[in-house]
Design a protein around this ligand. Structure first.
Ligand code: PGA
Length: 248
C-alpha cells in the first residue's frame, strides 16, 4: 500500500490525472476503471486539459465505471452516465463504443451484472482503477458488510450513503435506494488501484482503511491486500493517520 499525502485537492487531482495519462501513454488501449462523486471531478478537469493540450490520446482506451443508480435513465442529470458525459467523455476523444457503465434501467438486473463482469473479462481486465471512498468506507457502492468475493451486483444503498448523496438531489426522497456496483472482487482484480480522498469527513474512513483490521465493515480495508494500490489524499483526509506516513 503506497500512501501519498499532498497539500491540496488541486495537487491530488493533478497527480491522479498524471497517473491515468501515463497509463494511457504507455498502453494506449488501456482499460480504465472510473469513479463518480465529487472527489474525482478535479482529476477529470485535468485529464480534459491534458487531452486538449495533446498530451494524451484516449482513442484506443476503454472505460468501465464502478456503478450506476437503479431506476434513473441515462439522460437524467442525476445518472452517472450523464455525469461521465458532462465531466469527461464529451470533452475527450474516447470511442463511444468503448465506454461501459452499468445500465441502471436494466429489466433483468442479474443478467446485466453477469454481462458487465463478462465485458470486463473479455476486455482483458482493468489496468488502472480509480476509487473514491465513502464516509462509511465504501468503495464503489460496496457498502459495509459486503461480501469480499462479490462481483457486479445489485446493492441496497446504506442510509449513510443516501444521506451523503442527497446533496446532489433536491430532496433526500429523490435519492435512489438501489444501485448496480462492481464488486470487491472486480476491484481487487485491477492491476493498479488509485484511491483518492479529500476533506476531513473522509479522515475516519481513511484511518480505518489504512490502519484498521481488514473487515467487511470497512470495505476499503481489503485494499491492504492489493499488490499495487496508491492511496492519495489531502492533509485533511490524512489527519487521523498521524505522522507515520509510510510506504511498503
Ligand atoms: P464523494 O463520494 O467523492 O462524492 O465524496 C465518494 C464515494 O461515496 O465513494
Amino acid at each position: 500500500m503506497r500512501i501519498m499525502v499532498v497539500k491540496s485537492y488541486h495537487e491530488m487531482s493533478k497527480k491522479a490525472a498524471n497517473m491515468v495519462a501515463s497509463q494511457v501513454v504507455l498502453k494506449p488501449d488501456s482499460i480504465i476503471g472510473l469513479a463518480t462523486g465529487e472527489t474525482p471531478l478535479g482529476m477529470y478537469d485535468e485529464l480534459v486539459k491534458m487531452y486538449t493540450a495533446g498530451i494524451v490520446d484516449f482513442s484506443e482506451a476503454s472505460t468501465f465505471n464502478l456503478d450506476e443508480y437503479c431506476g434513473i435513465s441515462k439522460d437524467n442529470p442525476q445518472s452517472y452516465f450523464y455525469y461521465m458525459a458532462k465531466k469527461l467523455f464529451d470533452h475527450i476523444n474516447i470511442n463511444r463504443n468503448k465506454i461501459n457503465i452499468p445500465n441502471g434501467m436494466a429489466k433483468d438486473v442479474e443478467k446485466e451484472c453477469i454481462e458487465y463482469d463478462e465485458k470486463i473479462k473479455s476486455a482483458g481486465g482493468i489496468d488502472i482503477q480509480i476509487l473514491g471512498i465513502g464516509r462509511n468506507g465504501h468503495i464503489g457502492f460496496n457498502e459495509p458488510d459486503i461480501k469480499f468475493e462479490s462481483r457486479t451486483h445489485l446493492v441496497n444503498l446504506d442510509e449513510d450513503t443516501i444521506i451523503a448523496n442527497s446533496r446532489f438531489f433536491d430532496s433526500i426522497d429523490e435519492v435512489p435506494t438501489k444501485a448496480i456496483s462492481m464488486g470487491i472482487k472486480n476491484i481487487m482484480h485491477a492491476e493498479k488501484i488509485v484511491l483518492l480522498a479529500n476533506g476531513v469527513e473522509k479522515a475516519n474512513a481513511i484511518y480505518k482503511t489504512i490502519k484498521g483490521k481488514i473487515t467487511p465493515e470497512v470495505p476499503a480495508s481489503i485494499l491492504q491486500l492489493h499488490r499495487d494500490v496508491v492511496i492519495m489524499m489531502d492533509e485533511d483526509a490524512a489527519s487521523m493517520i498521524g505522522d507515520s506516513i509510510y510506504e511498503d
